[in-house]
Design a binder for this molecule. Structure first.
Ligand SMILES: Cc1ncc(COP(=O)(O)O)c(C=O)c1O
Length: 402
């Protein structure tokens, strides 16, 4: 079966955040939405069908969790990522951001702190802070190619080690793959992080929600799979929600190989039944982590890679002052707009009021994101083309005024 990613779908009436919250977040609602990280593609038909089949039964009462949920997650992680996960390492979590909040409550005292490495997905900072825990930063280090263009980010191991040595710093939250820069971290980097954290009794959350969308021949490496130290010091969170466009179903899972961490975290969750899935979550996950799911996933990746190439080519020809960092995973492009030579505030104004585009502005991921915008390319190419054309026109207008 060939899936149609070119189809434009009108989301009106679905209550989706990406459209419904434009006015609240951007002050106007006539914007092309390329921000919130879900995709404009139809959820795969085999997932919709599985949910519909369940709706054919007239009672939606309390329901047991099918054992198949766990076996299909184990099989998927082994087949996709070569990671042997045991059934009892797994628990359901009601979303990854909520999972981060739960780990903060279960493991981080009010006088303890959380380490993050900006620029990084903003709830890594907001969730601990809003739960009264201090957040300390170990910024990523920009890497540049021979022409001086941003080519990626490296971790500051010295900085991480210095923070890890402080006993108040209890938790590191890692984005693997990285959002917003789309990096797949290599095994050596992950091993180094694990060695530092394990030696200093720092717990690691590895957020692997984007793991099933490695692009251009890159591979996702599960943090806990790189060494025994990594397995023992970490809690991994993942989900089919990004890859299969089912974020609204809310179906995520935790993998905890260390028995002590597992006992503490799972019993904390179970005490309040936080680890009980809704009726629909296992159904959607089992349908996603299937042979059909794998066919869909591969076609999606092909389409996303072409979308990346489209944006790169467009910028090269028409917007050379904007440099898209090629993502190694997922459907987000980190646009380095510093070549435009304008302030971050002017950049945001250019995108929103000039080009009428809704992107995530880079500073929300940390101060290191000033001068950047995060573009969601999980949409039909015509929509991306329209976005790039609007941007080009707006940039020319600013240029002619200046
Ligand atoms: C790195 C990362 N983690 C977590 C989430 C959200 O996960 P959830 O909806 O399960 O809370 C996102 C969504 O954009 C993300 O990019």
């Amino acid at each position: 079966m060939t899936y149609d990613f070119d189809r434009t779908i009108d989301r009106t009436g679905s209550g989706d955040v990406k459209h419904s919250k434009l006015k609240e977040f951007f002050g106007r609602d006539d914007l092309l939405p390329l921000w919130v990280a879900d995709m404009e593609f139809a959820t795969p038909p085999f997932i919709i069908e599985a949910l519909r089949r369940r709706l054919d039964h007239p009672i939606l009462g309390y329901t047991v969790v099918p054992e198949e949920l766990w076996s299909c997650i184990c099989r998927w992680l082994l087949d996709r990522h070569g990671w042997h996960v045991k059934r009892d390492w797994l628990a359901f979590i009601p979303g990854i951001v909520k999972g981060i909040g739960m780990v903060v409550h279960a493991f981080v005292g009010h006088d303890e702190r959380v380490i993050i490495q900006p620029p990084v997905y903003h709830p890594f900072r907001l969730v601990p802070q809003d739960n009264g825990r201090e957040v300390v930063m170990n910024p990523l280090i920009e890497q540049h190619d021979d022409e001086g263009q941003l080519s990626g980010y490296a971790m500051d191991f010295e900085g991480l080690e210095a923070l890890a040595r402080d006993p108040r710093n209890r938790l590191l939250i890692l984005a693997n793959p990285h959002n917003p820069a789309g990096l797949t971290w290599d095994a050596q980097t992950l091993r180094h992080v694990a060695d530092i954290c394990a030696a200093n009794d720092v717990l690691v959350i590895s957020d692997e929600i984007h793991c099933d969308m490695a692009l251009f021949g890159h591979h996702h490496i599960p943090f806990a799979s790189v060494s025994e130290a990594a397995a023992q010091c970490s809690i991994t969170f993942s989900a089919p929600s990004k890859t299969f466009n089912i974020a609204g179903v809310v179906s995520s899972y935790a993998v905890v190989p260390n028995p002590q961490l597992r006992e503490r975290f799972f019993s904390w969750m179970n005490a309040s039944e936080f680890a009980d899935p809704t009726l629909f979550a296992p159904i959607a996950t089992i349908a996603a982590f299937s042979e059909e799911g794998e066919v869909w996933r591969r076609q999606l990746i092909g389409y996303l890679e072409d979308n990346v190439r489209f944006v790169e080519e467009y910028c090269r020809r028409h917007l050379p002052m904007i440099h898209p960092l090629r993502p190694q995973a997922s459907f987000l492009i980190w646009l380095d707009c510093r070549g435009l030579g304008i302030s971050h505030e002017a950049l945001v104004d250019l995108f929103v009021n000039g080009a009428r585009l809704a992107l995530n502005e880079g500073a929300m991921f940390g101060l290191e994101g000033r001068g950047f915008m995060r573009l969601n390319i999980g949409s039909p190419r015509v929509m991306l083309q329209q976005a790039m054309e609007r941007l080009c026109t707006a940039v020319k207008e600013v240029g002619s005024q200046g």
